[in-house]
Design a protein around this ligand. Structure first.
Ligand code: PLP
Length: 399
C-alpha cells in the first residue's frame, strides 16, 4: 500500500503512532485470485485460513464472508473462529495441544486432525464412553518428501497401519480425513511431492476415499520485488502452485464424493496486506555505526525481519535530512537484537516515518506485552480492527 505525508499524519492524529494499516481491498482481490487459481484446476478446493498467522477477528470475519473456512491450532483460536461466526463444520482443528473443546468440536461436525497417540487414545475413549455418538476425525500424517529435517508433528507414516487398525476396533469412531504440513518447503517441487504422497496414503488406507485431504500451508504470497529478490529461488505464481497441488487431485479423483482439498494459507493471504507505520525517534552515531531508533519493535513486524529486510517506504516532511549508510533501524526495546531493518542507506530525519510492508503475518499476534503494549490496527476503509492496548490491560491478570 502506498502512503503519503497527509494520510500518515491524519492516521497519527487519530490513532497515535506506531500503527498497523490493513489494505482491505487488495486483500480481497488477492484472496479471490488465489482461490480462483486452485478451484479452476480442482473444483472441490477450499481455503481454510490459518488463524495463527493473524487471528484479528475482523480479518477472520472477512475470510468467512468470502466463503473461507478457518484453520485453528488451539482452544483459544477455536474460540476466536467461533466468535467470528464460523460453524464447527467449517473449521479445521490442528495442533499438538487440543484441550477441553476437542470432544464437543468433533461432535459438532468439526474437522479435528489428531497429532499424536495420546490424542487418539483420548478420542477413542470418548467414543467408547458414548457409543450413541459418532466420532469422526482426521489424522495429521508425518510424511517425508525429502525436506531435509525431521518434523515433530503428526503421526509417522510407519505407524499409520496400526492407527487405522486400532480405530477399526471402535465401531463409532472413524478416520475421515488426512492432513499434513511441511515447513520450509515452499517450492513447486515440494508441493507436487506433498500432493502425490497424500494421495498415495489416501489410496492405501481408505476403502473408498477420505472426505478431505488438507495439505497444510507454506506457499509464497505476492510480494514487492525488493523482498522477492532476497529469496534464493524464484517466487512461483499462484497458477504454478495450483497446477502442482490441485493438478494431481484433478487427475486422480472424480465423482460427486471426491475429497475436499484444503490448503491452510496464512502468509499467502495476509502478509502483503498489512503495513506497519513507525516513527524515527532518534538517529545515533556510535563508534562509526549508525542506529535509527524507531517507536516500533521487531516484535511488531514478526520473525521475518530476522531473515530479510521487509520492503520499506520513508515518509518525510523534513528539509533537514541526513545521509546515512548501513544503518540499523532498531526498536524501542532494550534488546540489542531488536533490529527491524539492517543496513539502511539513504536520507532520513528524526520525525520521519518508516513504513514496513508485508507485516501481516506472525506480527501483531506474536507481539508480546514486553516493555510496551501493542498499538492500533485499522483498515484502509477507516474501520478499527484492534484498538491500542492499555497498561492496565497488560497488568490486570497479575495479582
Ligand atoms: C498446520 C499449519 N497450517 C498452516 C500454517 C500457515 O502457514 P503459512 O503462514 O506459511 O501460510 C502453518 C504455519 O506454520 C501450519 O503449521
Amino acid at each position: 500500500m502506498q502512503f503519503d505525508v497527509k494520510t500518515v499524519k491524519k492516521y497519527e492524529s487519530q490513532f497515535a503512532s506506531p500503527l498497523y494499516v490493513f489494505d482491505e481491498d487488495a486483500f480481497v482481490k488477492n484472496y479471490r485470485h488465489f482461490e480462483e487459481c486452485l478451484k479452476k484446476v480442482y473444483n472441490n478446493y477450499k481455503i481454510s485460513y490459518s488463524y495463527k498467522t493473524n487471528y484479528a477477528p475482523y480479518i477472520g470475519r472477512l475470510v468467512k464472508n468470502l466463503g473461507g473456512y478457518a484453520e485453528v491450532v488451539s482452544d483459544m483460536e477455536l474460540t476466536i473462529a467461533r466468535k467470528v461466526g464460523n460453524e464447527d463444520k467449517h473449521i479445521v482443528f490442528n495442533g499438538p495441544c487440543k484441550e477441553s473443546l476437542l470432544e464437543g468440536f468433533i461432535l459438532n461436525g468439526g474437522m479435528a486432525n489428531v497429532d499424536n497417540f495420546e490424542e487418539l487414545k483420548r478420542i477413542l475413549s470418548y467414543a467408547k464412553k458414548n457409543p450413541q455418538y459418532i466420532y469422526n476425525f482426521g489424522l495429521r500424517v508425518n510424511i517425508d518428501i525429502g525436506q531435509g529435517f525431521i518434523s515433530r508433528f503428526g503421526i509417522d507414516e510407519s505407524d499409520l497401519k496400526a492407527v487405522f487398525d486400532k480405530v477399526k476396533t471402535v465401531p463409532n469412531a472413524k478416520i475421515i480425513g488426512i492432513h499434513c504440513h511441511i515447513g520450509r518447503s515452499r517450492s513447486i517441487d515440494a508441493w507436487k511431492k506433498r500432493a502425490t504422497k497424500m494421495i498415495e496414503i489416501a489410496d492405501k488406507y481408505f476403502t473408498r476415499q477420505p472426505e478431505y485431504i488438507s495439505l497444510g500451508s507454506g506457499m509464497f504470497g505476492e510480494m514487492n520485488p525488493s523482498l522477492s529478490v532476497q529469496f534464493e529461488s524464484d517466487i512461483p505464481s499462484y497458477e504454478e502452485y495450483a497446477e502442482a497441488v490441485a493438478g494431481p487431485f484433478a487427475d486422480h479423483f472424480s465423482g460427486d464424493d471426491k475429497p475436499v482439498l484444503f490448503t491452510e494459507p496464512g502468509t499467502t493471504l495476509i502478509n502483503k496486506y498489512i503495513s506497519f507505520i513507525s516513527k524515527v525517534l532518534s538517529i545515533k552515531h556510535i563508534k562509526g555505526k549508525t542506529f535509527i531508533v524507531l517507536n516500533g519493535s521487531k516484535h511488531n513486524i514478526g520473525e521475518i525481519c530476522e531473515l530479510k529486510n521487509l520492503p520499506i517506504q520513508i515518509i518525510s516532511e523534513s528539509k533537514n535530512k541526513e545521509n546515512v549508510s548501513d544503518a540499523d533501524c532498531v526498536g524501542y526495546t532494550c534488546l540489542e537484537h531488536d533490529v527491524l531493518y539492517k543496513d539502511f542507506s539513504g536520507s532520513i530525519s528524526v520525525g520521519d516515518y518508516i513504513i514496513f510492508d508485508n507485516a501481516g503475518g506472525y506480527s501483531n499476534v506474536s507481539k508480546p506485552p514486553f516493555i510496551k503494549p501493542n498499538c492500533y490496527m485499522i483498515s484502509s476503509n477507516g474501520s478499527i480492527i484492534k484498538r491500542a492496548e492499555s497498561t492496565e490491560e497488560v497488568i490486570c491478570t497479575y495479582e
